[in-house]
Design a protein around this ligand. Structure first.
Ligand SMILES: Cc1cc2nc3c(=O)[nH]c(=O)nc-3n(C[C@H](O)[C@H](O)[C@H](O)COP(=O)(O)OP(=O)(O)OC[C@H]3O[C@@H](n4cnc5c(N)ncnc54)[C@H](O)[C@@H]3O)c2cc1C
Length: 623
């Protein structure tokens, strides 16, 4: 197992040398994040020789893991996701078995996120939206507001797959689709900010703060992010269930790279692309120029490095000018994060920790979270203004890998941050940015650790390592334009302004140059896997895409049907046991809990209890 792991990690770290470039490359993919690798895997399975070029020292983009002192591993851009990531991975790799397992994170009662607003007790968010009864109970006079939020977010979430699907169509078909299929409701909700829609739904500030949920996932403050993204993170995660890949986030790349190399392709790291070559006689992409000057020819190029990197940096100015391609869109870049990567002495049990995440959002005195976010973003160094943070524990989320950490636990604290706060150090070389930058990182580290200890006082004296990264790290290691953690800002117009939607289409005005990744659909690992599939299908065309699906889907469907049958049998067994042992009781099953379920939450043994949102601190987490 260990040898296999080393071999596969080797595949993810295949260092570029010119002689490693395969002969007659069909497709070059720039960037090895989940979108690029997914596109590359699909095209490889259709017989293409694909060369993936990655500037970092390891493949995986936002799903790569990095190692710090003491061999501790941390996530770069995957803290949790929804389990259908596994299905999308399977669609890219084919085969009879899902290549990677995802396990729900959290606690036995389903809690996977806790949201602490100001000095309010943390509110537990549960799988299958099991927390809704607690939400109704916490705001008994605001039932109508909660119902309205559920109604509106359902409206927009129902349309989200239709929006994603539209990206698979040629642009001429996307336009009427936007107008007639996504329609007015899409414009009304995806076309406005999270803050605007929530403030329309409720004037109770604490409720609005809780409904905004883990909004930092959108990479933008709530007055910038589209309500669509807010609904995806606040409800999508709870409905689908927050999950983590077994073995850690690096496993995603490990599944895809062998598919590409197995078809004669290559995934090379430390291979920064400096230019996309375009034949000006016919405006066709013909290859790339690497940082060492090497030219590689190919039939087509797929860029997964974002709109601004692609057209603002990699395509020459004379080409963009002639074809009237804006080098920059009127949408800014998303925020970055300051991240404290922390090593703790002791395992989860000893430290009283679980795999649930904690979100802390400061509020103003009247409970207004949005105002407090504005205050912090306007004056981030004000020591009296708490930053908003997410706390997560990679080594605990990876249950199977837990023993490899021995008596250590890893923790990451993320705090939303603008690149501009660190811009004066951006031109200095990484790791040699000087004493001032070092001191600034140290200050942030201390501030974030103090917040950690406020919520987890039991960690006092257990901290062995604190390593702080900034948006400059995201810019350097993920090649992100201006350190934007999730690419272009997730603003309303990129989903509803047709001129922006068209610019972010997978097909570009340069023949043979395609886009994929978070700028083409939206951010999040599963979504970019979808973006990768879509770009590959657009490249293949209808006939070959159908061939691909005809080959890939039957084993998946067969396996899912068998699994479903097995689980029906299992649940029939459970059901009969249940009826035998608990006659007169009732199982809550997986139906979404409604307002009246507040006192009888999903306990198969029929013991009624209200979840853990009763304002009592949780003994194990210290919250
Ligand atoms: C700190 C952080 C936390 C996040 N948390 C989550 C989370 O919990 N769950 C979730 O689902 N999503 C999360 N995300 C978002 C998620 O990571 C991204 O949406 C996703 O990685 C985007 O995938 P992609 O393929 O579009 O691009 P990326 O994964 O960014 O891949 C692009 C790749 O291109 C490479 N590249 C750039 N320029 C060049 C060049 N010139 N030549 C060669 N290679 C180049 C980069 O090095 C990078 O590897 C997080 C992101 C960050 C930064």
């Amino acid at each position: 197992m260990e040898t296999k792991d080393k071999m596969l990690r080797g595949i993810c770290a295949d260092r570029y040398r010119p002689e490693k470039i395969p002969d007659s490359v069909d497709t070059i993919v720039i960037g090895s994040g989940m979108s690029g690798l997914t596109s590359a895997a699909v095209l490889s399975r259709m017989g293409q020789r694909v060369l993936v070029l990655e500037q970092h020292y390891v493949a995986g983009g936002g799903s790569h893991m990095f190692q710090l002192k003491g061999g501790l591993h941390f996530d770069s851009g995957l803290h949790y996701l929804v389990p259908y990531s596994g299905l999308l991975m399977w669609l890219a790799t084919g085969g009879n078995e899902m290549p990677l397992r995802f396990e729900r994170i959290g606690e036995p009662d389903g809690t996977f996120d806790r949201i602490a607003l100001g000095s309010e007790p943390p509110f537990a968010i549960k799988h299958d939206e099991g927390h809704l009864p607690d939400l109704y109970a916490r705001f008994p006079d605001r039932r109508a507001d909660i119902d309205e939020f559920l109604r509106v977010s359902e409206q927009v979430l129902k349309r989200f797959p239709l929006f994603v699907m539209s990206k698979a169509f040629p642009a001429w078909l996307q336009k009427p689709w936007h107008r007639y299929v996504l329609g007015e409701t899409w414009q009304r909700y995806a076309g406005r900010s999270l803050k605007e829609v929530l403030q329309e739904i409720t004037d109770e500030p604490l409720l609005a703060g809780l409904l905004a949920g883990p909004w930092m996932d959108t990479g933008a403050p709530p007055d910038r992010a589209s309500f669509l993204l807010g609904a995806c993170v606040a409800r999508g995660l709870a409905i689908e269930g927050g999950a983590y890949p077994v073995g850690g986030s690096q496993e995603l790349a490990k599944c895809l790279v062998p598919v590409i190399t197995g078809a004669g392709g290559r995934v090379l790291v430390r291979a920064a692309v400096e230019e996309i070559l375009v034949d000006t006689s016919n405006d066709r992409a013909t290859g790339v120029r690497l940082a060492d000057g090497t030219l590689v020819a190919c039939k087509r190029v797929i860029s997964s490095v974002g709109y601004h990197n692609t057209f603002g940096k990699l395509v020459s100015e004379d080409v963009t000018e002639r074809l009237e391609i804006p080098r920059r869109l009127p949408i800014g870049n998303s925020c970055g994060f300051i991240m404290a990567n922390i090593g703790l002495r002791g395992n989860a049990e000893e430290l009283g920790l679980t795999s649930a995440n904690l979100w802390y959002h400061p509020t103003r005195e009247d409970g207004d979270m949005f105002g407090a976010v504005d205050d912090f973003m306007a004056n981030p160094t004000d020591p009296d203004q708490d930053p908003m943070i997410m706390v997560t524990f990679p080594s605990i989320k990876d249950r199977e890998g837990a023993e490899t950490y021995g008596d250590k636990t890893t923790c990451q604290i993320l705090c939303m941050a603008e690149h501009a706060w660190f811009a004066r150090y951006a031109d200095l070389p990484t790791r040699r940015r000087g004493a001032e930058y070092k001191a600034l990182k140290k200050e942030w580290g201390e501030r974030l650790v103090a917040l950690l200890l406020r919520f987890y006082p039991q960690l006092e004296g257990r901290i062995e390592l604190v390593d702080v990264s900034t948006p400059l790290s995201i810019e350097h290691y993920l090649g992100a334009n201006e350190g934007g953690a999730v690419g272009l800002d997730q603003t309303p117009e990129r989903f509803t302004d047709w001129r922006m939607v068209e610019r972010l289409d997978a097909r570009t005005p340069i023949k043979g140059l395609w886009l994929t990744g978070q700028d083409t659909v939206t951010c999040g690992q599963p979504v970019v896997q979808g973006a990768g599939l879509i770009t590959a299908f657009r490249v293949l065309g209808l006939q070959q895409s159908l061939q691909y699906l005809a080959r890939t889907l039957p084993p998946i469907v067969r396996s899912l049907v068998q699994k479903r049958r097995r689980s029906r049998l299992d649940s029939a067994d459970l059901d009969s046991m249940f009826r035998r042992d608990h006659r007169g009781g009732r199982g809550a099953g997986h139906r979404r809990a409604g307002p009246d379920d507040a006192s009888v939450q999903g306990d198969p043994l029929g013991d009624a209890h209200v979840g853990s949102n009763d304002a009592l601190p949780d003994a194990r987490t210290g919250l």
